[in-house]
Design a protein around this ligand. Structure first.
Ligand code: ADE
Ligand code: ZN
Length: 336
C-alpha cells in the first residue's frame, strides 16, 4: 500500500457523534468563553483522563465535556471544526449523530442545538462541497417518555433531520424499550438506525432489526457470537457502522489485531469504517482506516470495499451513491 492511498480516497462517514468530536483545545476555549468550570487544569491533564475501561467509563467523561456547549455559536464552532477536518481528510459525505437530551436536560433549547449544527452543515456544503445528513439519537439510559418528548421537540425541525438513532449505555437498555418511539418516528417519515451489539448481546441486534426496523446497525460487532444472525446480516447486506479505534479504546477488543472487522467483511457483511467519537478515541476517518489496515493487514481491495460500503450504506439518493462509488473506483484504478 503506497503512502497516501487512504488519505486521498474519497470517503463517507456514517457513525459520528458530533459531541464526540469536541477536541480538548476547543473544550477549554468554550469553557472559558462560557465561564464553565472544568475539573481539569490543562488540555494535557484532560487528555490524561481519557483512559477508558468500557463504554460507561467513556460516557461519564463525554457527557461532562458536553457541558461547555451552551449557545448556538458553540454548536456551530464544534460542527465546523469537525467538517474542516473532514475536508482535509477527503471525506465527501457525513451522516452526523447529535444527542439533544444531553443539552435540553441542562436547559439548552433544542432549537439552539439544531440551528448551530445545521448552519455549519449548510456552510460546509457551500464551502467544502461536503454533503451531510443529521440523525437525532435518543439516549437509551433515559426513559421512553423522555424520548417521546424529544421526538415532539424535533418535529418543527423535521426537514433538518433525516432519521433517528439510539445511543448511550447499552447493556440493560434493550431495543424494546424504544419500540413505540421508533414506530412513531417511522410514521413521521424518519429513517431509523440504532447502536446495537457494541457491548450488548446479539439479541439486541435482532431486536433493533425486528422491533425498531432499523436500516443500519451501529457497531454490531457482537453479531459474531450468533452464527445464524451473522448469516442473516450477510444475506440481507444490512450495513454495520464499525468504529475500530472506539472498539479498542473501550476495550471491546484488546488489540486492533483482535478486531473482527476483516472476518465480518470476508463473511460477506456490508461493513463500513467510522470514527464514533474521534476527539476521545485518537482519530478521525483516516486514522481509523490506517489502524485497521495495519492491525488486520488489509489489502487495497479490502480498503476500497470498506470505503465503497460507506457510500452504499448512506442515506444518499441512489444516483448520488452510484456516482460516489464510481469516483472511488476511478481513484483506485488511478492509484493501483
Ligand atoms: N455515545 C457516544 N458514543 C457512543 C458509543 N460509542 N456508544 C454508545 N453511545 C455513544
Ligand atoms: Zn456511537
Amino acid at each position: 500500500m503506497e503512502p497516501g492511498f487512504i488519505e486521498g480516497i474519497p470517503k463517507a462517514e456514517l457513525h459520528l457523534h458530533i459531541e464526540g468530536s469536541l477536541e480538548p483545545e476547543l473544550m477549554f476555549a468554550l469553557a472559558e468563553r462560557n465561564r464553565v468550570d472544568l475539573p481539569y487544569n490543562s488540555v494535557e491533564e484532560l487528555r490524561q483522563a481519557y483512559q477508558f475501561t468500557n463504554l460507561q467509563s467513556f460516557l461519564d467523561i463525554y457527557y461532562a465535556g458536553a457541558r461547555v456547549l451552551l449557545v448556538e455559536q458553540d454548536f456551530y464552532d464544534l460542527t465546523w471544526a469537525y467538517l474542516t477536518r473532514m475536508q482535509e481528510q477527503n471525506v465527501k459525505h457525513v451522516e452526523i449523530f447529535f444527542d439533544p437530551q444531553t443539552h435540553t436536560e441542562r436547559g439548552v433549547a433544542f432549537s439552539t442545538v439544531i440551528e448551530g449544527i445545521d448552519s455549519a452543515l449548510k456552510d460546509a456544503r457551500r464551502e467544502y462541497g461536503i454533503s451531510s445528513y443529521l440523525i437525532l439519537c435518543f439516549l437509551r439510559h433515559l426513559s421512553e417518555d423522555d424520548a417521546f418528548k424529544t421526538l415532539e421537540e424535533a418535529l418543527p425541525f423535521r426537514e433538518k433531520i433525516i432519521g433517528v438513532g439510539l445511543d448511550s449505555s447499552e447493556v440493560g437498555h434493550p431495543p424494546e424499550k424504544f419500540q413505540r418511539v421508533f414506530q412513531r418516528a417511522s410514521e413521521e417519515g424518519f429513517r431509523r438506525v440504532a447502536h446495537a451489539g457494541e457491548e450488548g448481546p446479539p439479541e439486541y441486534i435482532i431486536g433493533a432489526l425486528d422491533l425498531l426496523g432499523v436500516e443500519r446497525i451501529d457497531h454490531g460487532v457482537q453479531c459474531e457470537k450468533d452464527p445464524e444472525l451473522l448469516r442473516r446480516l450477510a444475506e440481507s447486506r444490512m450495513p454495520l457502522t464499525v468504529c475500530p479505534l472506539s472498539n479498542t479504546r473501550l476495550c471491546v477488543f484488546e488489540k486492533m489485531k483482535d478486531h473482527n472487522l476483516k472476518r465480518l467483511l470476508d463473511a460477506g457483511l456490508c461493513v463500513t469504517v467510522n470514527s464514533d467519537d474521534p476527539a476521545y478515541f485518537g482519530g478521525y476517518m483516516n486514522e481509523n482506516l490506517n489502524a485497521v489496515q495495519q492491525g488486520l493487514n488489509l489489502s487495497k481491495e479490502d480498503l476500497v470495499e470498506l470505503v465503497k460500503n460507506g457510500f452504499r450504506a448512506s442515506f444518499l439518493p441512489k444516483t448520488a451513491i452510484e456516482s460516489r462509488v464510481q469516483a472511488v473506483d476511478e481513484y483506485a484504478s488511478k492509484n493501483p
